[in-house]
Design a protein around this ligand. Structure first.
Ligand code: GDG
Length: 468
């Protein structure tokens, strides 16, 4: 047994390897959310160091004990790119792309999940709390419970959980449900995800499911209660407020507008290049507005950051080709020497540059076809200290449940999307401000610290309930 009172288990460690063999923090929301908690307890983080074949001994980094789980090149291909990103990801995002069901991938997934569970079980102190993150590790809760019945186990699912009619396609659906039910608390982004999960449990295992929890029988004839509930994730709001106020970042925002040729309106999309994000739908709507003469390149430019993602998975290679063909067509047709229709950037930028883009954008377009939450929407809002700017938000995001004052759209309805873009572009300042104030209140009242605090609180309550 180890010494860590709180163990986070995630696919990735919160650090990246430097070219010179050192480590630097990878600034993600999860790291920020857990940093304050990890500082106050004896914390450990179990995860893959990010390079195939890299074997590293556990080490301490900025106050946290890091436990690397190594993956071979074959395992990266089968467990990560295969089962996680080419089976579960498309299936859980309502089959926007066709999931591939391959038995070798499943076997690798199981094996790698066991390795994560072994590492977590070894580092956890007696009666510790273990918090497992996301769809790459759905079997880990049960595997840890088998190894360490003394620990309290939480699991948070960052992506959607689909309706049973789709979930039922998964050849290993029963194993996945049993894996997740190893947890004491299973957190989802939306209430609808938690309900879909409860329904899947009921259909598969016939366990009693109620609002208070799912009753899971133990071998000795007693039972324990598993809470499956929405815990909507958020962003590190104070950091965004701080960055948005920085003079250098504000100056950069003005410079961006200048460099784009001072269009009357800047529209912005920021996404990982992923077929769930509705990038094509957005570009189609924008291209048609130019075609119809409702917009011109002098009065509107769409900036699309599409950061490189999962570049070895075939569906992503194809998506990139489709998007780039579309950008070429739109720009080829409508660009002038001074103005471009779509400024497309298949690149990753520092966070400061992202905030400068948020500040420069009059309209933020979030048109995901399905998205667990969508943090970009929240980051944009948090950055708008001036209460100006308009968020166009797909109703298929988790964020839509919280951000009622955005302009809501169905990205499949191209005519509706076009009208929403025009509504956003033409929105009077007073209305922008009225809506933005409401949106900003939400991200100020509910940030990521709050999220982790609430989840860990629920876990503590669940532990007490199951012990009594
Ligand atoms: C998954 C779920 C859920 C993007 N490009 C750059 C960059 N980003 C940052 C954004 C934002 C994050 O990446 C993306 O978060 P999202 O929530 O929008 O989407 P996913 O990556 O799909 O995340 C999602 C999330 O998990 C959390 O639970 O909300 O639904 O799919 O923070 O700003 N950051 C920088 N450069 C880039 O080029 N620095």
């Amino acid at each position: 047994m180890g010494q860590a009172e709180l163990v986070v288990v995630a696919n990735r460690l919160p650090v990246d390897r430097d070219a010179d063999g050192g480590w630097r923090t990878s600034p993600g929301g999860l790291v920020t959310a857990l940093e304050p908690v990890m500082r106050t307890v004896d914390g450990a983080w179990v995860g893959w160091p990010g390079q195939a074949g890299l074997e590293v001994e556990p080490f301490d980094f900025e106050g946290t004990h890091l436990v690397p789980v190594s993956l071979s090149a074959d395992e990266v291909e089968e467990y990560y790119e295969g089962f996680s990103n080419d089976t579960i990801w498309p299936l859980y995002h309502d089959v926007i792309a066709a999931p591939r069901y391959r038995r070798e991938w499943w076997n690798a997934y199981r094996k790698v999940n066991e390795r994560f569970a072994d590492a977590a079980a070894a580092v956890a102190a007696p009666n510790a709390t273990v918090w497992v993150q996301d769809y790459q590790l759905q079997l880990v809760p049960q595997l840890i419970r088998e190894r360490r019945p003394d620990v309290t186990i939480g699991y948070f699912h960052h992506i959607p959980f689909p309706a049973y009619g789709l979930f039922a396609q998964l050849p290993w659906r029963r194993q996945v449900i049993e894996g997740l039910l190893g947890a004491d608390v299973i957190g989802f982004q939306r209430t609808a995800d938690a309900s879909n999960f409860a329904r899947a449990v009921h259909r598969q295992l016939r366990y009693e499911t109620r609002a208070s929890g799912i009753r899971v029988p133990r071998e000795d004839g007693t039972s324990r209660v598993v809470l499956a509930k929405a815990f909507p994730i958020s962003i590190d709001t104070p950091t965004y407020l701080e960055m948005a106020a920085r003079p250098d970042i504000r100056e950069r925002a003005a410079q961006i507008r200048e460099e784009l040729g001072n269009p009357a309106k800047i529209l912005l999309g920021v996404d990982r290049l992923d077929y769930t994000k509705g990038i094509r739908h957005r570009m189609k709507a924008f291209g048609e507005l130019l075609r119809d003469g409702r917009l011109s390149v002098e009065n509107a430019t769409l900036v699309q950051v599409a950061s490189p993602s999962r570049e070895r998975v075939a569906a992503y290679v194809q998506l990139r080709d489709e998007i780039e063909l579309m950008v070429g067509r739109v720009n080829g047709t409508y660009d002038t020497m001074e103005h471009t229709a779509i400024r497309y950037l298949h690149q990753s930028f520092p966070r400061e540059e992202m905030v400068a883009l948020y500040l420069a954008a009059d309209v933020m377009l979030v048109t995901a076809l399905r998205d667990g939450m969508n943090l970009v929407a929240k980051e944009y809002i948090a950055s708008r200290l001036d209460n100006k700017g308009v968020l166009v938000l797909s109703e298929f995001t988790g964020a839509a449940d919280e951000l009622g004052s955005a302009i809501r759209i169905n990205p499949h309805d191209i005519e509706g999307l076009k009208d929403a873009i025009m509504q956003a572009i033409d929105m009077p300042a007073a209305e922008q401000s009225r809506r933005m104030r409401k949106l900003r209140k939400r991200v100020q009242d509910h940030d990521v610290q709050d999220w982790s605090h609430t989840f860990l609180g629920a876990l503590k309550t669940a532990r007490e309930a199951n012990a009594s």
